[in-house]
Design a binder for this molecule. Structure first.
Ligand code: AMP
Length: 195
């Protein structure tokens, strides 16, 4: 089974994707994690992406579409299914994903929006930065109030238009992202049903 989790930065996509990965074995595909790994490894993609990511803007469609098209073909993803977290982030990416899947005769079974209010996002990113610091890990360069504002603006302008894109095709489902983490997981499991 293949899924997409949609929602603004800090809505809990990553947390829920990890839980679904643990429960069902779907492979979590987070373009943010992949890009951060590329930055850490100093690859050419990483070098191109770093400044854009630190500024809270979007890396080019060409780069992320390339990363995802390659990854969905790998055998672990083909065998276990995937859960996309942080991709697509533009209508162009959504259309490219549809084309890639159609070409391979594969489908996306659930496209799920996590609905949240914006103030909660600031509180969550703040908590994530504090917990990361307390655990002695490095805080993400883009997890600060100023960059978050920018990321939410980018979400509204460039990513939110993919919601009507999927809705027009009758493919969009949603969960209440303001509920507790466990409750959101339950709502997702209900939508996913028997696997
Ligand atoms: P995330 O971890 O999903 O919040 O992503 C962190 C940053 O990586 C974003 O603010 C973007 O700069 C970049 N990024 C991640 N996924 C994408 C994507 N699908 N398209 C463009 N940029 C992305």
């Amino acid at each position: 089974m293949n899924l997409i989790l949609l929602g603004p930065p800090g809505c809990g996509k990553g947390t829920q994707a990890k839980r679904l990965q643990d429960k069902y074995g779907f492979v979590q595909l987070s373009t943010g994690d992949m890009l951060r790994a590329a930055v850490a490894a100093g690859t050419e993609i990483g070098r191109k992406a770093k400044a854009v990511m630190d500024a809270g803007k979007l890396v080019s469609d060409e780069i992320v579409i390339g990363i995802i098209s390659d990854r969905v073909d790998e055998s672990d993803v083909v065998d276990n299914g995937f859960i996309l977290d942080g991709f697509p982030r533009t209508v162009e990416q959504a259309a490219a994903l549809d084309a890639v899947m159609a070409e391979k005769g594969r489908t996306i079974d659930h496209i799920i929006e996590m609905k949240v209010d914006e103030q909660a996002l600031f509180d969550r990113i703040d908590t994530r930065a504090r917990e990361t610091a307390a655990a002695g890990q490095e805080i993400r360069a883009d997890d600060n109030p100023e960059t978050l504002k920018k990321r939410i603006l980018v979400y509204r302008e460039q990513t939110a238009p993919i919601l009507p894109y999927y809705e027009a095709q009758g493919r969009l489902e949603s969960v209440d992202g303001m509920a507790s983490i466990d409750e959101v997981t339950k709502q997702l499991e209900t939508l996913i049903g028997d696997v």
